[in-house]
Design a protein around this ligand. Structure first.
Ligand SMILES: Nc1ccn([C@@H]2O[C@H](COP(=O)(O)OP(=O)(O)OP(=O)(O)O)[C@@H](O)[C@H]2O)c(=O)n1
Ligand SMILES: C[C@](O)(CO)[C@H](O)COP(=O)(O)O
Length: 231
């Protein structure tokens, strides 16, 4: 067993979802999205602590929700920042020194379908290689546009990045600090390790581990949940 801590990012606004509230509170088959995501880690014996990064204006709402599941002892609330990257860094700073020897995962609160087997594979990869992510091979033919010409990229080398992404604590903290110092804003956390010139391992996940980003994703997510509940 590889023990790990997880930072779950839930402090965004969900602008692309366009439902007038943070998408973490959208109900999927009667339970909020963030609850579906947290369950994956609450149920995993390898997961030691959950750091839930939230918008401070939503703290009461989030605390009340978590209290109904009686998970208060397993979850530490952390205030989020303006950008996803800042929220991740705040999560890292909330991890006490005694906990820093453990692998740390960073996960989108809006990705509720990660599988336990992949969490374990990822924890092993991060322990061994210091940085790893779950990703899937790209299935589309990808073009790069350069002026009035386009080129076709070699699909066999392309991966779609997902979360969780998992790290040695000191490495990801250093990567965030360098990104801050150089004003680099990435769309994920492994890109900050890439910028340090360090290697990153890929654990192949599933196409089902989607992030709910736009309204079309809600119906797809409910279909996945229904299928899982039938099993
Ligand atoms: N300042 C931010 C921005 C994002 N997130 C979290 O990072 C995850 C992935 O980001 P994204 O899908 O972009 O979520 P939002 O920022 O909420 O969506 P949008 O970009 O459409 O506003 C989400 O779980 C979101 O809550 C965060 O914790 N803090
Ligand atoms: C971290 C991430 O979920 C990996 O796919 C993603 O990069 C988040 O940002 P996005 O702007 O929604 O792609």
């Amino acid at each position: 067993m590889i023990k790990y801590n997880v930072i779950v990012l839930a402090a965004g606004q969900g602008k692309r979802m366009n439902v007038g509230k943070n998408k973490q509170f959208i109900e999927l088959l009667k339970e909020p999205l963030i609850i579906h995501t947290l369950k994956k880690f609450i149920q995993d014996k390898w997961c030691q602590n959950i750091y839930l990064v939230i918008n401070p204006n939503e703290q009461n709402q989030m605390e009340e929700l978590i209290a109904t599941y009686q998970w208060q002892n397993q979850i530490t609330f952390v205030p989020g920042g303006k950008e996803r990257q800042e929220s991740g860094y705040n999560g890292l700073l909330a991890i006490s020194e005694e906990q820093q020897d453990m692998v740390v995962m960073i996960h989108d609160g809006a990705r509720p379908f990660v599988e336990e087997a992949h969490l374990h594979e990822l924890a092993h990869a991060a322990k061994e290689k210091k940085a790893a992510l779950i990703a899937v091979p790209v299935t589309d033919t990808i073009k790069r546009k350069k002026g009035d010409r386009i080129e076709t990229l070699d699909r066999s080398t392309l991966w779609a990045a997902q979360t969780p992404q998992a790290f040695d604590y000191q490495l990801i903290k250093e990567a965030h600090e360098q990104a801050k110092a150089t004003d680099y804003l990435g769309t994920d956390d492994v890109s900050l390790v890439e910028a340090l010139g360090e290697p990153v391992d890929i654990v192949q996940g599933t196409y089902q581990n989607v992030k709910l980003t736009t309204p079309e994703d809600i119906m797809r997510a409910e279909m996945i949940l229904e299928r899982q509940e039938e099993k």
